[in-house]
Write a protein that binds this ligand. Sequence first.
Ligand SMILES: C[S@@+](CC[C@H](N)C(=O)[O-])C[C@H]1O[C@@H](n2cnc3c(N)ncnc32)[C@H](O)[C@@H]1O
Length: 378
Amino acid sequence: MKSLRWFCWFSVSLLAVAVLMAQQRPPDVPYVPTPHEVVREMLKVTQVGKDDVVYDLGCGDGRIVIAAVKDFGAKRGVGVDIDPERIRESNENARKAGVTDRVKFLQQDLFETDIREATVVTLYLLPSINIRLRPKLFRELRPGSRVVSHDFDMCEDCEGEGSEKCISGWHPDKVLRVRGPYREHTVYYWVIPAGVAGVWRWSVQTAKGERQYVMTLRQRFQKVSGTISTDGRESPITDARLVGTQLSFALTQEIGGQKVTMKFSGRVNGDTINGTVDIQGGQFAGKRDWVAKRDKFNLIGTWQWKGGSIRIEQRKGELTASYIDGGKVTPISDFYAWGAGVHFTLDRAREDVYEGVVIGDQIVGTINGTTRWEAQRK
Ligand SMILES: C[S@@+](CC[C@H](N)C(=O)[O-])C[C@H]1O[C@@H](n2cnc3c(N)ncnc32)[C@H](O)[C@@H]1O
């Protein structure tokens, strides 16, 4: 009985210490407020409006979410900060601004926060924290959601934003320079892309009957590339652009001795794309409806190649991946699934970036953008 009492007392004390330690976890980034003129540009570039739910991860004194609802008419704002002093300040500022009914502030770790309802996420953290946060943004935010970051991008190892050489980076869709009271600031803007990787099929009705098209799309964040096979010929797509769920690309071929360019554009909704194709040149010129369907795919399983294997599984509705080396299983934190496409970094120090498309029981892709990579489902 005595030992049971002692055990209970010991467990409760341990729990209390754990809770205290969790509360005392130091912030990953010190508090530095974003100047109001930069806040305005961040909310302007994301086009915050009445349908938006704006989350500021590491909200400081709450100024971004308060401005989002007060000055930009956002539906709601949620600020998250690990520091209780910041949360007190935020609540006080919301009260002064008269917006307490439309904002809330949560004292918690931003990595533990459920952000699935956000349509806009604002950040002023650090490059390494942005990189750590990146898989969570892709896991939890819906395609078309916007992300904006003050001063720091999502390309830890890139030399300057937009560098195409940096294959592990999530390059911004827009970069703005904003003059602050003391210095120039940079604002980076991204749109969460739909997952479009995979094999897509459609047919186009022509005067000579139906023409079948098979397109294999590869994806790295919002960058898309691929090839289309039709009539036994394979051609690369050009001008591919993916903004949220809006996909466009072009295909140029010689048909009957004439150069024909087809400009496809459509909205991705799961495994269907609905849109139009604008055929320029040739005898079938004109605009018509375009519907493409993606082949079924299954990412779940253990995938093996000469250099190793990964296990992809579904946990609590989310896909996770682990690297298996002999008996050792190591979770892969930088893992993304874009439709039938996978992308992960195995060793960030060595920059081993794997990217490929699941076709049946095979993944076909590249390591570091150059070396061919093929894995088989076990
Ligand atoms: C540079 S300030 C930015 C404040 C505000 N977003 C702005 O732009 O004015 C970073 C904030 O992140 C908070 N922070 C740092 N690590 C955090 C974590 N793991 N979870 C939640 N908040 C965190 C800090 O307490 C600090 O208030």
